[in-house]
Write a protein that binds this ligand. Structure first.
Ligand SMILES: CC(C)(COP(=O)(O)OP(=O)(O)OC[C@H]1O[C@@H](n2cnc3c(N)ncnc32)[C@H](O)[C@@H]1OP(=O)(O)O)[C@@H](O)C(=O)NCCC(=O)NCCS
Length: 177
């Protein structure tokens, strides 16, 4: 399945456009914040550069990464890591701390879930986070995702093993909501 990269998609307050290499500096600037990356390894200049370069160069049908434009500023991102054979994707998201608490990520994630189910013909979208990352789980709950379970000491971030919680939504559930 060859899915064309869109120029952009939009929601009430946001324009979501494919990530470009010029986004690197903004992402480096907001991810350096210690509260921002408290559950993540994604915070050194090098790790952010590797992530952005990979996202920009990945085939769209494998990693569809949108940058979020709000009030003409690039403020964060939402991406789908796609397993096309399984019609399934993991959704990941992040936002500059200056914009937390305004419902920006729920709005962006709602739009990208719609894109995933309608345009990419996915049938399941899941998300995972550190068990202690309550803001991220709040987003999953707002998406009406169902908790699948907790994987004990599943990942390593900042040299510590982390409990990881998984949530998901099926296309049929999304259509019926
Ligand atoms: C998780 C995250 C994406 C949420 O985005 P958001 O657009 O702020 O989402 P919301 O506005 O719906 O707020 C979600 C929760 O964040 C918390 N929150 C809101 N404002 C906050 C603030 N100023 N400071 C700290 N936490 C805040 C609240 O728990 C809120 O839940 P509630 O609405 O039930 O009270 C954002 O906090 C973030 O980028 N965090 C750092 C990176 C990260 O952890 N990404 C997820 C990896 S899995």
């Amino acid at each position: 399945m060859n899915i064309k990269k869109p120029k952009h998609i939009s929601s009430e307050r946001l324009i979501l456009r494919p990530i470009v290499i010029e986004d690197l500096e903004v992402i480096q600037n907001y991810s350096i914040d210690t509260e921002w990356h408290r559950f993540l390894d994604f915070h050194t200049k090098e790790s952010v550069e590797e992530f952005v370069t990979k996202a920009v160069n990945s085939p769209w049908e494998e990693h569809a990464r949108f940058s979020i434009m709000f009030d003409n500023h690039m403020v964060g991102g939402v991406g789908l890591y796609i397993e096309m054979k399984e019609k399934r994707a993991e959704i990941g998201y992040s936002l500059s701390k200056n914009y937390w608490g305004k419902g920006i990520i729920p709005e962006a994630v709602t739009r990208v879930i719609k894109y995933g189910f309608e345009e990419m013909k996915l049938e399941k979208i899941f998300a995972q986070t550190d068990l202690r990352n309550t803001p991220s789980q709040a987003v999953m709950k707002k998406m009406n995702m169902t908790k699948e379970g907790t994987f004990r000491k599943h990942s390593i971030a900042q040299n510590k093993r982390r409990d990881i919680v998984y949530y998901s939504i099926l296309k049929s559930e999304w259509e019926n909501k």
